[in-house]
Design a binder for this molecule. Structure first.
Ligand SMILES: Nc1ncnc2c1ncn2[C@@H]1O[C@H](COP(=O)(O)OP(=O)(O)OP(=O)(O)O)[C@@H](O)[C@H]1O
Length: 261
C-alpha cells in the first residue's frame, strides 16, 4: 500500500473489507421507481459487473455509489464513509457512459487537464500519462486532437483518464463499448493486475465476455438486484447453459413475475 492510500479515508482497509456497501437503496424519478430496495457489497480487490438490460437502473445505482445523487431512502458507504462525500471524489476513478472530453484538446492535454484537477504534480503526470495511455493503446495518439478520434478511441481515453491518479476504486460505465477484441483483452489484463494490487473495480456492461471475466455479477432488472454470484453460480441459478441464456431466462422470469401482479 502506498502512502497516498494510507492518507485516503478508509485507506487502511484489510483484504476482505467491504469497500462499497449499498443498503436498501430506493430511487424514484417523478412517480417511477428506478431502484427498488437494492443492497449489495463489494470487497477490496474484487471486479464486480452490474449486468442488466438498458434502463434497468445500472447508471442510477452507480451514481448513488459515487455520491452524484443522494438516494431517497437507504444508504451508501464507500471506504467506510457515508455518501455523498466530497472527500472521496479523489478515491474513485470514474468512466462515464458519455465521454466527457475536450474535443479541441489533444489526448495528452486532456490527460494533463484531468490529472491536474486531481492535484497531480507535473512529475506524477509525466510518469502516469505514458503508463495509462499504453494500457488503452493510445501511446501513439497522444498528440492527436480528440475531435479527430473515433468513438472507440474516445472510450479508451476516458478509461485512461479514470485511471490517471491510480485511485483505489474504479467505476466504469460500459467500458468496452466500441473496443475491439484484442484491446478488450489487453484492458482486462490490466483490470486483473489492478485488482491484484487491491483495487476495487465496479463496471456496468451488456457485453457477456466482460460479465464472464468478472469475479462476481450482480444482475439488475427493473431496479432490483435479482441475482448475484460468480458467473458460474449465476448460470447455475438459472439452470442455463451459458451466461447469455441465464440473462435471457432472468428477463423471462421477471416478465412472468410482473404478469402475476
Ligand atoms: N435524471 C433522470 N430523470 C428521470 N428519469 C431518469 C433519470 N435518469 C434515469 N432515468 C430513468 O431511470 C431508468 C433507469 O435508467 P439508468 O440510466 O439507470 O439505466 P441503465 O440500466 O444504466 O440503462 P443503460 O444500460 O441503457 O445505460 C430509465 O427508465 C431512465 O429513463
Amino acid at each position: 500500500m502506498t502512502q497516498a492510500d494510507n492518507n485516503r479515508p478508509g485507506g487502511d482497509n484489510t483484504d476482505d473489507a467491504a469497500v462499497v456497501t449499498v443498503l436498501h437503496v430506493c430511487q424514484n424519478y417523478s412517480k417511477t421507481e428506478v431502484l427498488h430496495d437494492v443492497s449489495l457489497e463489494i470487497r477490496r480487490g474484487e471486479i464486480v459487473a452490474l449486468i442488466g438490460p438498458s434502463g434497468s437502473g445500472k447508471t442510477t445505482l452507480v451514481s448513488a455509489i459515487m455520491g452524484m445523487l443522494a438516494p431517497q431512502s437507504g444508504s451508501v458507504q464507500v471506504l467506510g464513509a457515508r455518501m455523498p462525500n466530497r472527500m472521496l471524489l479523489g478515491s474513485i476513478g470514474y468512466m462515464a457512459q458519455n465521454d466527457a472530453l475536450y474535443t479541441d484538446l489533444t489526448a495528452l492535454e486532456n490527460l494533463r487537464f484531468f490529472g491536474t484537477v486531481l492535484s497531480m504534480s507535473k512529475q506524477q503526470l509525466r510518469a502516469a500519462i505514458p503508463q495509462v495511455a499504453g494500457v488503452v493503446g493510445l501511446a501513439k495518439d497522444l498528440h492527436t486532437k480528440v475531435g479527430n478520434f473515433s468513438g472507440g478511441m474516445k472510450r479508451r481515453l476516458s478509461l485512461a483518464i479514470s485511471m490517471i491518479s491510480n485511485p483505489p476504486i474504479l467505476i466504469l460505465d460500459e467500458p468496452t463499448v466500441g473496443i475491439d477484441p484484442e484491446l478488450r483483452r489487453q484492458i482486462w489484463t490490466e483490470l486483473r493486475r489492478l485488482a491484484g494490487e487491491g483495487k476495487t473495480i465496479l463496471l456496468t456492461t451488456h457485453v457477456m465476455e466482460d460479465a464472464q471475466q468478472s469475479d462476481r455479477l450482480i444482475m439488475i432488472r427493473d431496479g432490483m438486484n435479482i441475482a448475484e454470484g460468480t458467473p458460474d453460480e449465476v448460470v447455475e441459478q438459472f439452470s442455463a447453459p451459458t451466461l447469455e441464456d441465464a440473462f435471457i431466462a432472468a428477463g423471462k422470469g421477471q416478465d412472468a413475475h410482473h404478469s402475476n401482479h
